[in-house]
Design a protein. Structure first.
Length: 406
């Protein structure tokens, strides 16, 4: 392997969100415990990106900075190479992140009180982007058949006819259930959304993290010109290369009208430019780190197979759902029979295992845990060792008995 996916970065005490959250919960957590929660990676930053940031610091000042043509070229070429479609340069607007872009889009394209659809279980900031902007949350839960999750298109059609929502937020690939939607599924979604003229806000932040045997299709590749005029696709280099801290997203908005409204809402929030590090980081990532990404996917897939081998059907009947995209396997803990809060307390205290509780992702997620396996294999093995030991302990039986009693 050409790149280093075995060294653990030193993140304790650096302000890392997931590390600080773990330490706040348990200041005495063992020094070798690594949280497997918030979706950033426990891998070293690719060398070309570090080199690009050093060049910036060494050669110029850190004043107000706008995107260059190299930035736009890198965004377009990446979509062409990795995803087989060619966006226009004029469609691209920047945002410090996909979540801020979703808040901006909801504000720009709907009015207070308007209905906005989300499809739980799903990334929890979707709910906040609706509720914290004064819109009405409308839920259309995914359908589950065993370990398979799909869109509920009949339910969506009924909601459109009866509640007249104005927009829908889509996760593609889906976080947390790990689906990479097929072209057929996406075409079906587009057709139903046409019924109500819905504006579609599509979060494609995990679009590069596709597991073997699957292919991501951007919604804009399938859309007709009329459909594209109501679509916003949100991408970023942040998940792909673990660059959330440089705050750089590329948002594709084909409609001149929607783009103007988005930029108006963006500036009304006091946003104008990204930080100076964002642009060279993205350019280096997209232009020089494709081989790093290819190796990363192999590492993630290997970790998923390790997780599935050690957990699926074991430890009382846990089930690891198929991982088609993202680095966030979705594991069903319903066999334990514990409420989510009891399960979380047990995992934290007795396994020193810090995951993301499925309960935060809304309806359908209560019995699940989301693992972040973007870490060295030895880190994952150590976490699973602790889980196995905790499952075999007296504390587990006491926790389960307490759940039964309640």
């Amino acid at each position: 392997m050409e790149h280093d996916f075995t060294t653990l970065p030193a993140r304790r005490g650096t302000g890392s969100s997931k590390w600080e959250s773990m330490l706040e919960d348990n200041p005495c957590v063992a020094s070798d415990v690594v949280p497997l929660s918030v979706a950033d990676m426990e891998f070293l930053t690719p060398e070309p990106i570090k080199a690009a940031l050093h060049r910036l610091i060494d050669s110029t000042s850190l004043g107000y900075t706008d995107p260059t043509e190299d930035f736009f070229d890198a965004c377009i070429a990446w979509q062409e190479r990795r995803h087989g479609w060619t966006p226009e340069r004029s469609w691209i607007v920047t945002s410090p992140g996909v979540v801020p872009a979703l808040y901006t889009a909801v504000t720009a394209f709907t009015k207070p009180g308007d209905g906005v659809i989300v499809q739980p279980p799903v990334y929890y900031p979707f709910f906040r982007a609706v509720e914290q902007t004064g819109r009405t949350l409308v839920e259309n839960p995914l359908l589950r058949d065993g370990t398979t999750w799909t869109f509920d298109l009949e339910g969506l059609s009924e909601i459109i006819r009866t509640e007249h929502p104005k927009a829908i937020i889509i996760s593609s690939p889906h976080n947390p259930v790990g689906r990479v939607w097929s072209e057929e599924e996406l075409r079906g979604l587009l057709a139903v959304c046409d019924e109500g003229g819905l504006t579609i806000l599509c979060d494609e932040i995990h679009d590069d993290l596709i597991m073997p045997g699957h292919t991501h299709t951007t919604l804009l590749k399938l859309a007709t010109p009329e459909q594209a005029s109501r679509i916003v696709v949100c991408t970023a280099c942040s998940k792909t290369f673990s660059l959330a801290g440089v705050q750089c997203s590329a948002i594709f908005i084909p409609s001149d009208d929607l783009r103007k409204r988005f930029l108006g809402a963006y500036s009304a929030q006091g946003h104008f430019q990204l930080n100076a590090f964002a642009y060279p980081a993205l350019i280096a990532a997209y232009n020089e780190c494709e081989d790093w990404l290819d190796e990363l996917i192999d590492v993630i897939w290997g970790n998923y197979l390790r997780l599935r081998e050690r957990l699926d059907g074991r430890l009382g009947g846990l089930r690891v759902h198929p991982l088609e995209g993202t680095y966030l396997p979705w594991a069903d803990f319903s066999a334990w029979g514990m409420p989510a809060d009891v399960r979380e307390a047990f995992l934290h205290e007795h396994a020193q295992l810090y995951l993301d509780s499925g309960a935060v992702f809304g309806e359908g997620g209560e019995a699940f845990e989301r693992f972040n396996i973007a870490c060295p294999a030895w880190v994952l093995d150590a976490a699973l060792d602790r889980l196995e030991a905790a499952y075999g302990s007296e504390a587990f039986e006491l926790a389960r008995q307490g759940s039964d009693a309640s």
